[in-house]
Design a protein around this ligand. Structure first.
Ligand SMILES: [Zn+2]
Ligand SMILES: [Zn+2]
Length: 235
């Protein structure tokens, strides 16, 4: 079984700031699927890049920055990049390929849907008849031409925003988001709640919102509800 989880670009107006919320959301609601125990209470999972991900220019470093946000929360659900060579590229979203063997998890760079719309996604597989994750794959859309693979400010496009192509897509922030799906969060926090998903660089803007606002760097680090809900899922 596969589910497609992604973030999409959106042009969003800036809202006024509000009070910072202090409590996490229901873990049972947001984490319908989980990793099972591998070794005692540990839920450590291994991953690799596929050979489609560029080896220079910050691509791999930003993917690691993303996963480190979740690892550093310190729950039993930890991701370990295994050494050795890359996986030959594969795409579990391709019906011809489908889910690989359990435990084969990867990050790849490849076609999703052309420029715009979905800019990255995570595909998950489950053990048949269970809610236990068997493997995942994150894909960075190679059709996007404006990824910011550095650690500096992601351009917001100035006066015209993303409309004239001047904004950037922050790879670190988007990888933090996709790894949130990879740890098992299958739903998004809601845009309708101004305390959780107001667009822009507001400090209370959660990483696990459905839409990414071009030029934003806010998603690089987890907001308290992102980490709090994660802790609830993996106490
Ligand atoms: Zn998402
Ligand atoms: Zn929240």
């Amino acid at each position: 079984m596969k589910r497609f989880l992604g973030v999409t670009t959106a042009l969003l107006a800036l809202l006024a700031s509000g009070a910072l919320p202090s409590q996490a959301h229901s873990s049972s609601t947001y984490y319908a699927y989980k990793w099972k125990n591998q070794n005692g209470s540990s839920k450590t999972q291994e991953w690799k890049f596929t050979n489609s991900v560029p080896t220079s220019g910050g691509w791999r470093a930003r993917v690691k920055d993303g996963v480190n946000q979740w690892n550093s929360v310190g729950t039993p659900m930890q991701w370990v990049k295994i050494s050795g060579g890359d996986y030959a590229d594969y795409d579990i979203a391709d019906p011809q390929q489908g889910c690989p063997a359990a435990g084969k998890n990867s990050v790849r760079y490849g076609y999703i849907d052309g420029p715009g719309n979905t800019i990255a996604h995570t595909v998950i597989c489950l053990f048949t008849g269970t809610l236990q994750l068997s493997n995942i794959q994150i894909t960075i859309d190679s059709s996007e031409t404006n990824w910011n693979t550095g650690t500096g400010d992601t351009p917001d496009g100035g006066l015209f925003g993303c409309a004239l192509g001047g904004c950037g897509l922050d790879l670190w922030g988007n990888m933090a988001h996709e790894w949130g799906h990879a740890v098992g969060m299958d739903l998004h926090f809601q845009m309708s709640d101004p305390d959780t998903c107001s667009p822009g660089d507001r400090m209370d803007f959660h990483t696990m919102c459905a839409f990414y606002s071009g030029g934003s760097d806010r998603e690089r680090t987890l907001e308290g509800h992102d980490s709090g809900t994660f802790i609830g899922a993996y106490p």
